[in-house]
Structure formats: C-alpha cells, structure tokens
Design a protein around this ligand. Structure first.
Ligand code: SAM
Ligand code: CA
Length: 263
C-alpha cells in the first residue's frame, strides 16, 4: 500500500525533491514518504526503518489517513509515519493525558496523539483551516477517538492568550505539539511555557527546517524555506538558552526539539 501512495504522489514529489536536493546542503535525497525531509544518511536506511518498524505497526486508521493526505496538494506538510510513531511512544512514556496541538492540517499527528492517550485524555487542537481537518475527521471518528479532541478553528495565539488569563490552565498541559507558522514559534513559546506543567514536554516541529539552518544566507532556497529559516534559527538559539527547559533536538522527520519544563 505504501508503494501505491508513493506512486500516486511521485510526480509532485519528484519535482519538489529535485528542487530540494540542490537546496538542502547537498544531501542525497529523493525518498517518497510524504512528510519526510530526508535528514537521514541514505534513503535506503529510512526505507529500512519504515518497512521494519513503522509500517507493520501503523494502525489501519493512520494508514488510511496517510493515503488520503498523500493526494492533497500540500501533502509535504504532513507528519511522516515514523514521526507519528515517535509521538505516540513519547506520549505513552510520559503518561500524557491533557495535551495541545498547534497546527493540525489533515490530522496525522492529531490522530497519532488521540490513539496514544487514555480514553479520558484530551487534545486542544488548533488550526486556521477547518477544511483539511475535516478531511481526516471521518477516520478519527472511525477510530473512536473523536471525543478526545476539542478542535478550534482560527489562529492559535488568541486562544493561548485566553488560556493565559485563566490561572487554572497554568501548568495544566502534559504535552504540547507545535507544528504551525514558524514565525510565531517564539510567541507560542512565551505562552505555552506557562501552560505546560513542570515536568511536562513541548515538542517544536521542523527545527532543522529542511536542512536550511546550516545553509549560508546566499545559498539558493525556495521562497518559503528562506522566509521561515531565520525564525527557526532564532528559535533554536532561544530554546538552547532558556533556563526553564531541558532540551533535546532529534533528527526525526524535519527535526523535532523536545523541551522538558523544569521551572
Ligand atoms: N501536524 C500536522 C500533521 O500532522 O499533518 C501538520 C501541520 S502543517 C505543517 C501546519 C498547519 O498550521 C497548517 O494546517 C496551517 O493551516 C496551520 N497554521 C498556520 N498558521 C496557523 C496559526 N496562526 N494558528 C493555527 N494554525 C496555523
Ligand atoms: Ca511538521
């Protein structure tokens, strides 16, 4: 089935990947898995991970959602299957119950989260686009986890500001996944650092920004990569210097920085 998905998206992906190959610091890329940004040493190695440990364990509903998302013109935005598996494992390891997600798209990371939480777990999910969320919603419902999700359509920042006004929400989240507009990550950080509990975890996604964080400023880059690059670099510096958190930046997907709140 993965092969079918790959074939369906090949035309778009090939173009995108070819552009990226010349723009990502000279890495050999070209892997067809949607959402994969090819940070690993070789595609064969990534394929090995997918085929050995990810696809055989991927729940049917996530697989179906991945296939639907592959047909979307913006499929590159999705969370890849291996990152979804990683998030699920992390949530179980920390016994997360009350969570937040900023940036839903068609809902791959959202469904992976919903499946990992206990039956009374909660996800406050925000996205400016409801249409894409509704593409994946039938699968979320079919999986029997829709009751865990409180979806809010609109920009995330005003919702966070509202939460900040309510003292009872401070320190109330076990896990927060940030995967939306990179130019707002530091604004999100200012707020969610108070909303996550001490000992809780924030995951900032795409912190290696397609490898562009190490490119010289005059290197050729696609417009959106160039635009957000400086925000991602600034975020990485700020997180590394923030005494309220311990951090761990992992080359999973497009890079995810885990922040554990310590004070
Ligand atoms: N986590 C998603 C997944 O697993 O497929 C991918 C999210 S995608 C990379 C980024 C999403 O952020 C888009 O769906 C976009 O509509 C949303 N977004 C952009 N700006 C936003 C904002 N200010 N507030 C909330 N969501 C926003
Ligand atoms: Ca992402």
């Amino acid at each position: 089935m993965a092969t079918t998905v790959a074939t369906a998206t090949r035309a778009t992906e090939n173009k995108t990947q070819t552009e990226e190959n010349s723009q990502n610091g000279g890495q050999q890329t070209g892997h067809q898995e949607i959402g994969h940004k090819s940070l690993l040493k070789s595609d064969a190695l990534y394929q090995y991970i997918l085929e050995t440990s990810v696809y055989p364990r991927e729940p049917e509903c996530l697989k179906e959602l991945r296939e639907i998302t592959a047909k979307h013109p913006w499929n590159l935005m999705t969370t890849s299957a291996d990152e979804g598996q990683f998030l699920g494992m992390l949530l179980k390891l920390i016994n997360a119950k009350n969570t937040m997600e900023i940036g839903v798209f068609t809902g791959y990371s959202l469904l992976a989260t919903a499946l990992a939480l206990p039956d009374d777990g909660k996800i406050l999910a925000m996205d400016i686009n409801r249409e894409n969320y509704e593409l994946g919603l039938p699968l979320i419902q079919k999986a029997g986890v829709a009751h865990k999700i409180d979806f809010r359509e609109g920009p995330a920042l005003p919702v966070l500001d509202e939460l900040m006004k309510d003292e009872s929400k401070h320190g109330s989240f076990d896990f927060i996944f940030v995967d939306a507009d990179k130019d707002n990550y530091l604004n999100y950080h200012q707020r969610i650092i108070d909303l996550v509990k001490v000992g809780g975890v924030i995951g900032y996604d795409n912190t290696l920004w397609n490898g562009a964080v190490v490119l010289p400023p005059d290197a050729p880059m696609r417009k959106y990569i160039r635009y957000y690059r400086d925000f991602v670099i600034e975020l990485n510096k700020e997180l590394a210097a923030d005494p309220r958190i311990e951090i761990c930046q992992l080359p999973v997907g497009d890079g995810i920085t885990l922040c554990r709140r310590v004070k």
